[in-house]
Design a protein around this ligand. Sequence first.
Ligand SMILES: N[C@H](CCC[C@H](N)C(=O)O)C(=O)O
Length: 260
Amino acid sequence: MNFHFYKYHALGNDYIVIDPHKAGVDLTAANIRLICHRHFGIGSDGILAGPFFEGSAIRLQILNPDGSEAEKSGNGVRIFSRYLVDAGYITTREFSLETRGGRVHVELLDDRGGQIRIDMGTVTFQSESIPVTGPARAVVNEELVIEGRPLAVTCVSIGNPHCVVLAEPSPATAAKLGPLIETHSLFPNRINVQFLQVLDRNNIRIEIWERGAGYTLASGSSSCAAASAAYKLGLVDNEINVHMPGELLKSISGPADTFL
Ligand SMILES: N[C@H](CCC[C@H](N)C(=O)O)C(=O)O
């Protein structure tokens, strides 16, 4: 398989950018799984395919390593915006991107796209919008029993679906409970999972199990979902820092754009 690709990460949530104007690969589910495979492929938490120009709109496809397509990705949009700057597609400081989960407004905070602010849109807790099976309701602080263990869950959509669990966040918890919740029959489209610990009124810590990707070091939409759930539950104020495992890795490996 011989094609052009670009690889970036955001706090260790890594993506491969495949630009149809430069690449030369058919993004079948099988090829996506191979490209994203950590041992048999390049290895990544997903593929960002684009830009696809539709009039003045710029669209990107967000592909999970299992071949499924996601509606939105916070780190994916940040990384793709940086690629657009690096590749010379973008010369303005503000623009929008079209994702399967809706339009995302992007603002470059410096000329290089080193710091990027994105408006991830509005969250909903409504079951029918996430979706979550059962009666139409706001899925807030519900009990979900997994292997006999009662869990307090709050479910959110920010374009893609999330299940926020009030449980001690650890890689072990994410690896054990993540896949069981991701594929639970309550979630017809599967779901991303976050394990949430409230540190104080302005800081939370999460561990992440992503739909179609598994354990990741960071996730933009997960951080929005966890922060929204904590605020909905009255556990935090409305300015929140979300601490994720990738933060530690960054402190070990130094600034994002240096190579070891
Ligand atoms: N796996 C997710 C998409 C990527 C989300 C994450 N990497 C982010 O930064 O938001 C899903 O199927 O909804």
